[in-house]
Design a protein around this ligand. Structure first.
Ligand code: FPP
Length: 251
């Protein structure tokens, strides 16, 4: 039985979030520069996206660039942005062939204009695709997303359009960047690091975390299968007891 056959397709996570980590260390071990690691990471993005779409995962969010990443050496930032432009330009055709819709979350207006324009073009071209949504988190910060959402709601309260008592978890969620997708059921982080690093802080409240030692450029379809099988072998209790879950009384 192959790994893929062990997956229960009726219990797939509908949304997988991924912190792609270890490009730099992977490259260093090979005696290459960090950019070489990022370039090779693109092949993993391609494989993992294809794999998730084939399985039937509906949303996949990739942490491609955090607001903290702006502090990296200028040359690396420029190279990463250029890689994004080239990849989006080259892969939009693949997204169309695979019926995948591209989306992006984050402070997109801080991206260099070439990158922003390329991104917007691909988002527009792929907007009617329905098989899977591939969401790139770019210039993204989870805390900042929560602050921006709080400001939007505070403004509505100040303008008399919203009562403070009506602010609920649902209302808050509906104003986040991710308002039109479910929270991730599974988060994968590569390279042996065990941190959230300011990624989807609100949305990961009940998410199952899966960590692997593999560096991102080595991450392949089989590794996605392993992560999903591991996820499917867990019991998600949402704060309830095991007995409540087994009698179907869970969220
Ligand atoms: C983390 O590795 C990776 C990034 C900050 C960038 C991820 C970007 C890509 C995989 C390429 C482009 C992506 C798309 C969606 C086209 P790191 O540099 O932090 O590695 P290290 O921890 O070993 O230094």
């Amino acid at each position: 039985m192959s790994l893929k056959d062990k997956i229960d397709l009726n219990r797939l996570p509908s949304h997988i979030a991924i912190i792609m980590d270890g490009n730099g260390r992977w490259a260093k071990e090979k005696g290459k520069n960090r950019i070489f690691g990022h370039s090779n990471g693109v092949e993993s993005v391609r494989q993992v996206s294809e794999c998730c779409a084939e399985l039937g995962v509906k949303h996949m969010t990739l942490y491609a660039f955090s607001t903290e990443n702006w502090n990296r050496p200028k040359l690396e930032v420029v190279a990463l942005m250029e890689l994004l432009v080239m990849t989006i330009r080259k892969e939009t055709k693949t997204l169309m062939e695979n019926n995948i819709r591209l989306k992006a979350i984050g402070n997109l207006n801080t991206l260099p204009s070439r990158c922003y324009n390329e991104l917007m073009e691909s988002i527009e071209i792929t907007k009617n695709n329905t098989r899977m949504e591939l969401v790139l988190a770019l210039s993204y910060s989870g805390r900042d997303e929560i602050i921006q959402t709080t400001k939007k709601l505070a403004t509505q309260v100040a303008n008399g359009e919203l009562n403070t008592e009506d602010i609920s978890e649902e209302l808050f969620s509906s104003h986040l960047f991710t308002h039109d997708m479910p929270d991730p059921e599974l988060l994968i982080r590569t390279s042996g690091e065990h941190r959230i690093s300011n990624f989807l802080l609100w949305q990961l409240a009940y998410t199952e975390f899966y960590f692997t030692e593999k560096y991102w450029p080595e991450f392949r379809k089989e590794d996605v299968y392993e992560a999903i099988i591991n996820y499917q072998n867990r019991e998600r209790r949402f704060g309830k007891t095991s007995e409540q879950v087994s009698t179907g009384d869970a969220k």
